[in-house]
Design a protein around this ligand. Structure first.
Ligand code: SAH
Length: 548
């Protein structure tokens, strides 16, 4: 009879979180070896197995006993909480086997069965705190020198890892967590979110959300995992969340906008990324070949150079020992994008406004003049509010950019034809900046001349003889561009705002993501009672992808 070692991680402690294979393995075994609390946790799974339960610190004894029984021909389940390969029994079992000259070919069978480790079970109860690069550090210095643990906490803190601290504290080990907090505070803000999870998925489960400076005011024990956020982790509605990336684009009033796939890794959107180097951009075939054929440096010369660099660096740091290390409170800048205009009606900038623009945009930002009565600012910043405050103080109107509603009014003949201005202002107030399936411009012209081209915007309204004409569904770009359809003439002024609002909210609710208004109109054939007519010119044009 050939014996077998089944090294089983049974997860956090609840029955539902034990994997199927772990349950089977426990049930097919002849005997079960584990710390007694754990054997109790899984006792409902046991049939008639021999049970060998030992105390907490008798792990080596347990591993030796397991190996011996397997060598006698038994199927032995060695159980660990969480995952057996994470501060569990798997490594010890292999160490004992190796000492006895075990090989896979000749020795007993070994199967390591994975389980849900505390970092995962605890994270699930906290929200989504791990999410990004993370590490686990055990604060137990029974088997590891404290100096080394300190070094790892320091490195992880400095490198902005999310950190799960295992074995944070026990009856006798109380100082480790205090020291760990001190090290973390060297690099991270005292407000850094921290989650304390005790007995995840067990009877006395307790979840606490706190922060780095206050975490020690709460109960931390042997059954707690301490999850330290990174510099972008935040708390929201009793959840601890680490975003997937560091930097995104922001615009006014909305939270982060997701970058579309084609916007990713562009310098203007993600300036922190490692952008393509020169060699990657070589298009000339000859040059490419030249690079490919460049003689490879010998491995020895590369290694010698690397060693030399390390030596120089070590010397530099030695000389620099007194210099404090910069904290990693990554106030990572986000690209704040917004649109500014001097007014709905007013198209004139003042010198003070121009100077303020220059000041807030600075060296790192950019200003883009667009055909849509506004300038788009793109500014790397950690504090968008400072920028919006300065801009509004000098009378700018600020708008979000992206897939939002924008009102493009004319200048009402420099304010001379002012009767319809209040309607333009009301529309801007009610709808300006709301998010839509796709960007939408509403052209608003104050007389029948419609010289600002309202009929060529997604939706156009023209004030004429005291009433409004309405145009829907212009195709604003492309070689098959066309104006909107005149769907109504003479809409009463007291009805216009309401009519537009209904159209916009219908499109917001029912438009597909990325579907321009003219496409939506064509698809549904009727918007708020206004019927679609196929008036688009029938010209067959070869498709022309951008840039061709
Ligand atoms: N092999 C286990 C870890 C064993 S070390 C695993 O993969 O999860 C023991 C430490 O794990 C405890 O001190 C605690 O920090 C953590 N831990 C294990 N189970 C836990 C649970 N149910 N809830 C919270 N922390 C737990």
């Amino acid at each position: 009879m050939v014996g077998k070692l089944l090294v089983v991680g049974f997860g956090p402690g609840s029955f539902e979180h034990i994997t199927k294979r772990a349950q089977e393995a426990i049930q097919e075994s002849d005997c079960v070896i584990g710390y007694k609390t754990y054997v109790e946790l899984i006792q409902d799974l046991l049939i008639d197995q021999e049970i060998i339960s030992t105390g907490m610190s008798e792990e080596v004894t347990r591993a030796q006993a397991a190996v011996r029984l397997a060598e006698e021909g038994k199927k032995v389940a060695v159980i660990s909480s969480g995952d057996a390969g994470v501060y569990g029994m798997a490594g010890l079992i292999y160490e004992v086997l190796i000492e006895k000259g075990w090989t896979e070919e000749k020795g007993v069978d070994v199967e390591v069965i994975p389980g849900i480790s505390a970092i995962n079970s605890c994270a699930s109860l906290l929200g989504a705190p791990v999410m990004h690069d993370a590490c686990t550090i055990s604060l137990s210095d029974h088997l590891t020198p404290w100096k080394l643990i300190e070094k790892r906490i320091d490195a992880a803190a400095q490198a902005d890892f999310v950190i799960a601290l295992y074995n944070p504290k026990s009856g006798r080990r109380t100082r480790q967590i205090v020291e760990a907090q001190k090290i973390l505070l060297k690099y991270r803000s005292p407000d850094t979110p921290v989650g304390l999870v005790k007995s995840a998925y067990r009877d006395r489960e307790k979840v606490i959300l706190t922060n780095l400076s206050e975490m020690l005011e709460h109960d931390i024990g042997m059954l707690t995992t301490v999850v330290i956020g990174n510099s972008s982790t935040f708390l929201y509605d009793n959840k601890m969340i680490t975003p997937r990336g560091y930097q995104r684009k922001y615009t006014l009033h909305t939270t982060e906008q997701r970058l579309r796939p084609h916007e990713r890794l562009r310098h203007e959107n993600e300036p922190w990324a490692l952008h393509q180097g020169k060699e990657d951009n070589v298009t000339n075939k000859q040059e490419k070949i030249a690079i490919a054929e460049k003689p490879r440096e010998s491995t020895l010369s590369i290694a010698t150079e690397a060693l030399e660099r390390v030596r120089m660096q070590t010397e530099e740091t030695k000389a620099d020992d007194t210099k404090p290390i910069a904290p990693v409170q990554q106030q990572i800048e986000s690209i704040f994008e917004l649109a500014v205009s001097p007014g709905i009606v007013n198209k004139k900038f003042t010198p003070v406004q121009m100077m303020t623009l220059a000041e807030v945009v600075g060296d790192k930002g950019s200003m883009e003049y667009t055909p849509h009565h506004q300038i788009i600012l793109s500014i790397p910043t950690t504090d968008p509010d400072v920028i919006t405050k300065k801009l509004t103080e000098v009378g700018f109107i600020l708008n979000p950019v992206g897939d939002v509603f924008q009102l493009k009014a004319c200048d009402f003949c420099e304010g001379e034809k002012k009767d319809s201005i209040p309607y333009a202002e009301e529309l801007h107030k009610k709808l300006g900046g709301i998010e839509l399936p796709k960007e939408l411009k509403l052209g608003f012209n104050g007389c029948g001349m419609a010289c600002y081209g309202a009929v060529n915007d997604d939706i156009g309204i023209v004030f004429r003889k005291g009433k409004f004409d309405l145009f829907l569904g212009a195709k604003t770009v492309g070689r098959t561009a066309h104006p909107g359809q005149a769907v109504a003439e003479g809409i009463e002024p007291d009805k216009i705002v309401e009519t537009i609002e209904k159209i916009i909210y219908e499109y917001k609710e029912k438009g597909h993501p990325n579907e321009r208004f003219f496409k939506y109109f064509k698809r549904v054939q009727e918007v708020q009672g206004f019927k679609y007519k196929d008036i688009a010119p029938k010209i067959e044009l070869e498709p022309a992808p951008c840039g061709d």
